[in-house]
Design a protein around this ligand. Structure first.
Ligand code: HEC
Length: 191
């Protein structure tokens, strides 16, 4: 069980922060996400090219967590990136309560066909922030592993089900809201 040490009080983005503070935080988050996103994408592409959905799945199942760890260790102290989803496949990507709340908000905005912000900054506590970057099923290729019975690659999905018997990350259509990158930034202002 993950310990929740953060207070559940939710401060709307910007309530205590100046526009400049928010921009600095967003920039930090952006570069952290770029690195993580690029690394995951490059690996996925290479494996898809080399051996299709089956090889890419094998690779994902074995290496996704490792890659995330490695990229995270390259960030400055106090910065980390993860992926979360309301319909998660990897239980490590289950959102915490505060994260689920933000994801649910985005989901209902998506369903209401509203424009989803590129990034959402939440102040978790003093000097501690979470920056959300929504992820969408933006490529047909996502459906091979996250689609419905018709669009999924059956062989690849057998492998996925073996590793994640409680998988929730299916039934998506192109364009659907899938989850988010969450960048946690803790600033040490005590120096
Ligand atoms: C070859 C199969 C495959 C393809 C193609 C694929 N995924 Fe995944 N995806 C997985 C597997 C396996 C996991 C769980 C392992 C992990 O990454 O933590 C996962 C996890 C995720 C997660 C983390 C949340 C969770 O449910 O655990 C997100 C977000 C995600 N995928 C989005 C996408 C998007 C967007 C695309 C298309 C650009 C895509 N995936 C394409 C297999 C795939």
């Amino acid at each position: 069980m993950k310990k929740i040490v953060l207070p559940m009080i939710f401060i709307a983005s910007g309530s205590l922060l100046s526009a400049n503070d928010i921009n600095v935080i967003k920039e930090e988050a952006k570069s952290a996400i770029m690195k993580m996103g690029k690394t995951l994408k490059t690996n996925m592409k290479q494996n898809m090219k080399a051996g299709g959905a089956i090889q890419a799945t094998g690779f994902c199942l074995e290496k996704a967590t490792q890659i995330e760890k490695k990229v995270n260790s390259s960030y400055p102290t106090g910065v980390s990136v993860k992926r979360v989803s309301l319909k998660y496949r990897n239980p490590a990507n289950k959102p915490s309560e505060d994260e689920a709340k933000v994801l649910k908000n985005i989901q209902s905005e998506y369903e209401a066909k509203k424009e989803i912000p590129k990034m959402i900054v939440k102040e978790v506590s003093k000097n501690s922030y979470k920056v959300y970057k929504p992820i969408f099923i933006n490529k047909d290729i996502c459906l091979a592993c996250h689609g419905d019975d018709k669009t999924r690659d059956k062989e690849a999905y057998k492998l996925i089900k073996q590793k994640y018997p409680n998988d929730k990350a299916v039934g998506y259509k192109k364009g659907d809201f899938r989850g988010a990158f969450v960048v946690e930034i803790v600033k040490n202002n005590s120096k």
